[in-house]
Design a protein around this ligand. Structure first.
Ligand SMILES: CSC[C@H]1O[C@H](OP(=O)(O)O)[C@H](O)[C@@H]1O
Ligand SMILES: Nc1ncnc2[nH]cnc12
Length: 290
C-alpha cells in the first residue's frame, strides 16, 4: 500500500474548498511553467488532499490558456495519486438536467490549440487512452456524489471543444445526434490525456449547468444562466468531497486498471537516443520509468 493523495481540479464556480486541516496554499514550480494558481493542500479526515482551481481564483484563465501540463506536473510533483475533475458542462440529453452530475467515462477531443503531451522529440511515448478514466476511482466518486444529494448519471461521453465561444446550433446537433456525445465542456481535454501520461488515476464529474443550444424549449446558453446553476452545483461538489475519505481511504493498492503503470508499455524511443534535456523535464511525470 502507498499513501493516497487526492487532487481535485475545480472548474468554473469551484475556486476553493473548506473543511481541510493543516491547510497551506503551495506555489509549485514545474518545467512546464506556472500552474493555474497556488495549490491548496491539507488533510480531510486523514486523507491527503490537494485542490487546484483550474481557471485560477477569480477565474482569470480561459479554457485555451489553462496550463494543463504545468497543472498535472505540479499535482504529481506534490505526490498526488488520483485526480478528480469537477467541471461545469452543457447537456445533450433531456434526462441529464441542469443540476445533475454526470460521471464521465469517455471523451471526444475537439480541442486544437493546446499542448497535449509531456512527450515529444527526444522522448516519444504512446499511452493507451481506450479507457480514459479510472473505473475504480469513478465508482467511489459516483458514490460520494450520490451521498451529496446530487442526481448522478453513471457514464457519459464528454465533448471537449476549444471555446471560448459556445457551439453553433449545427455543431450542437451534430455532437448530440451523430457523434453520441452526452455533455460538452472546454477543459477535460487534454487534462485527461496528461493525467494518463503522468500515471494518475483520473475521474471527471461533469456538473450540468445548461442544455447548450440544441433544446427547443430552452434558450441558447449564456454565462449568466450558467452562473446561477453553478452555485448549487458547487455546494454539491463540496459535499461530494467530504464523502471521499470514507470511500477511498488513505492507503492505496496498485490501480486495478493499471492507470499507475500506464508508461510500462508506452515508451518507444531507444534509451541511447533519448535527449537528456527532455528527460530532465519528465522527472516528476515519468521518473518511475526513466
Ligand atoms: C463558465 S462557462 C464555460 C466554462 O465552464 C467550464 O469550465 P470548467 O470545465 O473548468 O468547469 C467549461 O469547460 C468552460 O471552460
Ligand atoms: N454549453 C456549454 N458548452 C461548453 N462549455 C460549457 N460549460 C458549461 N456549459 C457549457
Amino acid at each position: 500500500m502507498t499513501e493516497r493523495m487526492i487532487a481535485i481540479i475545480g472548474g468554473s464556480g469551484l475556486y476553493e474548498i473548506d473543511g481541510l486541516e493543516q491547510v497551506e496554499w503551495v506555489e509549485v514550480k514545474t518545467p512546464w511553467g506556472k500552474p493555474s494558481d497556488a495549490i491548496l493542500t491539507g488533510t480531510l479526515q486523514g486523507l491527503k488532499l490537494a485542490f487546484l482551481p483550474r481557471h485560477g481564483r477569480g477565474h482569470v484563465l480561459d479554457p485555451s490558456s489553462v496550463p494543463y501540463r504545468a497543472n498535472i506536473d505540479a499535482l504529481k510533483r506534490l505526490g498526488a495519486t488520483d485526480v478528480i475533475s469537477m467541471s461545469a458542462c452543457g447537456s445533450f440529453r433531456e434526462e441529464m438536467a441542469p443540476g445533475d452530475f454526470v460521471i464521465v467515462d469517455q471523451f471526444i477531443d475537439r480541442t486544437f490549440a493546446r499542448d497535449k503531451s509531456f512527450f515529444g522529440p527526444g522522448c516519444v511515448a504512446h499511452v493507451s487512452l481506450a479507457h480514459p478514466t479510472c473505473a475504480a476511482l469513478a465508482d467511489s466518486v459516483a458514490e460520494a456524489a450520490d451521498k451529496s444529494g446530487a442526481t448522478v448519471h453513471r457514464g457519459g461521453t464528454y465533448l471537449a471543444m476549444e471555446g471560448p465561444q459556445f457551439s453553433t446550433l449545427a455543431e450542437s446537433n451534430m455532437y448530440r445526434d451523430h457523434w453520441g456525445a452526452d455533455v460538452i465542456g472546454m477543459t477535460n481535454m487534454p487534462e485527461a490525456k496528461l493525467a494518463r501520461e503522468a500515471e494518475l488515476c483520473y475521474a471527471s464529474v461533469a456538473m450540468v449547468t445548461d442544455y447548450d443550444c440544441w433544446h427547443p424549449d430552452h434558450d441558447a446558453v449564456e454565462v449568466s444562466d450558467i452562473v446561477r446553476t453553478l452555485t448549487g452545483n458547487a455546494d454539491k461538489a463540496r459535499r461530494t468531497i467530504t464523502h471521499l475519505p470514507a470511500l477511498l481511504g488513505s492507503g492505496r493498492a496498485p490501480c486495478p486498471h493499471g492507470c499507475d503503470r500506464a508508461l510500462d508499455t508506452a515508451m518507444i524511443t531507444a534509451p541511447e537516443k533519448r535527449d537528456p534535456a527532455v528527460l530532465a523535464r519528465l522527472d516528476a511525470v515519468a521518473g518511475r520509468v526513466l
